[in-house]
Design a protein around this ligand. Sequence first.
Ligand code: NAD
Length: 429
Amino acid sequence: MTQDASFNPFAMARSQFDKIADLLALDQGTRDFLRSPQREYHFTIPVRMDDGQVQVFQGFRVQHNDARGPAKGGIRFHPQETIDTVRALAMWMTWKCAVADIPLGGGKGGVICDPHNLSAREQEAICRGWIRQLARNIGPVADVPAPDVMTNPQHMLWMLDEYEVLSGGHYPGAITGKPVGMGGSLGRTEATGYGVIYCLREALVELGIDPAATTASVQGFGNVAQYAIDLYHQLGGKVVCVSSWDQAEQTTFAFARPEGVDLAELRGMTDRFGGIDKGKTEAAGYTVLPGDKWIDQEVDILIPAALENQITSENVGRISAKVKIIAEGANGPTTPGADKVIAERGIFVIPDFLANAGGVTCSYFEQVQCNMNYFWEKDDVLSRLDNKMTAAYHSISRLAAKRKLYMRDAAYVVAIDRVAAGCRDRGWV
Ligand code: NAD
């Protein structure tokens, strides 16, 4: 949602789908069905604001496909939310759940609003209003929302509470991303970043590279980046450069240290949004660089883990000849133009909807634990996550090797094939 006005994420999601539909020689009916969401809900949420006036917010929920299980996907609160962004994200969730081979479909939702300018009471009213409009169309066996941009476990708990009041019972599996102790899962905080590194570890084994002999550069220092760095360091790798956001100066900057960054020290300098104070990193002995310098570091591995649209036709040429792997922690960090160049250069890509599927996989575990009303230990959650991510990685890399496909295309082939088969088996197409 930081793209310029001419960028349409749904058009991009459809064109990615069309390319793979050709590769799979999908019949016209299946193509037409999968190109569009199965269901969309557009509604208004009237909220009495703290000043006594009523303000009306626009809400959405898109259920792209539920052939393999209930729709699953986050709810964004964002002032520039558009229905086409929600449609694209819902479609990408369908493919992500299929790649991870979890029994869920794809959904996404949103409200056009800016939580920075809303009191907690106003945000609660939006959450409860969103559920009141949708309670009959979501739930543990239909569609399971979760947090996303600018929504958090507290929002999810307000939503769940409203859902349970309306449904007259406890249905903790209706929403994931809840606080631990109120139906949330241990390990969810680590899940996405660790999932990126479970995939990276497998790629390094396949490429015959010792992780302890590698270096990496990371864009972002939020949830995904911090846990990716954590596990990568545990494997013996060395992150030598990180790029992040300085809230005070309203700019990005990168900071480098050839002997490796100190994760614990950096966490101590980080605000709750993943922003870092440039002055503090400088005082700690890091070399401060312009924000986009993370991409031209002489490292073995690049991990974009901040935002979409970061590796573009303009900067892809700056990627060092030393880089062997790009592990995409963020959603959509690479534009199609840059992707073409990366494929031609033979850099091994672990595509976003495989690499960052650890988050939704752990959300699925949360739902399973809620449905059983029995909660696993953290180690248990993480070892199940490792098994799922490792299996997902290998199903894609095996296909890529067998059919000589680029990893991103192989991941799409596996995902779309599984969803198309589900639709066919149900007799829908
Ligand atoms: P976050 O808000 O915790 O962190 C984002 C980080 O990016 C922050 O450190 C911020 O300072 C930094 N940043 C912002 N703009 C930047 C810029 N221009 N250059 C460098 N750094 C910049 O977010 P997150 O949860 O870590 O998510 C990161 C990405 O991963 C997003 O694309 C998100 O959609 C994706 N993702 C997250 C999850 C999850 O479970 N958190 C799951 C799947 C995908």
